[in-house]
Design a protein around this ligand. Structure first.
Ligand code: ADP
Length: 200
């Protein structure tokens, strides 16, 4: 089991968000990777990644959910950033979110592996530059942007694994979370993760 189904705890005033320490880690990724099914806006992590668009001014899907949960100040800060190229990433504060920061990355529209890979790399590099210890990714580009889930999952797992193996900061990072929203996406990720574990 690589994921846990979660209840959101935002409504409870005693808790700020969903504590991630209970999640199981995946052995194939230096015990740093967790696969969970949750609303990413509830996670208490150093950063959540937003699948944004080039304007960074908000949109539908996970982008809309993050802006709604973070409050208006997030859009204000985003408006100062001058947008973001596809494959690049920019960081802001988390405002009302339980996450300390939001890393906004712009995924490709359709299946463009280089650009999707670049999103994961740019986001992880911001994690490193800001000395963050935990980060949660949604399934970038697989919603409105139409990237096929299986192909996108392959890129995500490959890129994260490579980064964990090659980047010196990998020792310092405590947890990378793949935060899935849809049950069918969890099934795809689990299958591919198991296949990768078998490869080791
Ligand atoms: P994109 O435009 O990059 O395709 P979407 O937001 O449409 O972005 O979809 C990206 C992924 O985010 C999809 O897998 C979708 O199911 C998922 N998603 C939507 N809302 C949330 C949420 N609150 N938390 C986590 N994932 C979400």
């Amino acid at each position: 089991e690589y994921y846990a189904n979660l209840k959101t705890s935002k409504s409870k005033s005693a808790e700020k968000g969903t504590n991630i320490s209970k999640y199981k880690v995946n052995e194939a990724f230096n015990k740093k990777l967790s696969l969970i099914r949750a609303d990413i806006t509830t996670l208490e992590v150093d950063a959540i990644v937003n699948a944004a668009n080039q304007t960074l001014l908000g949109g539908g899907g996970v982008d809309g959910a993050i802006h709604a949960a973070a409050g208006k100040q997030l859009k204000k800060e985003c408006a100062t950033l001058g947008g973001c190229e596809t494959g690049d990433a920019k960081i802001t504060e988390g405002y009302k979110l339980p996450a300390k920061h939001v890393i906004h990355t712009v995924g490709p529209i359709g299946e463009i592996p280089d650009k999707l890979q670049s999103c994961y790399r740019a986001s992880l590099n911001l994690v490193k530059e800001n000395n963050l210890k935990s980060v949660a990714f949604p399934c970038i580009s697989t919603g409105i942007y139409g990237y096929p889930v299986k192909a996108a999952t392959d890129v995500a797992l490959q890129t994260i694994r490579e980064w964990l193996e090659k980047d010196k900061y990998a020792d310092k990072i405590e947890r990378i979370i793949l935060c899935l929203f849809l049950k069918k996406d969890v099934e795809v990720y689990e299958q591919l993760l198991q296949r990768r574990q078998g490869m080791r």
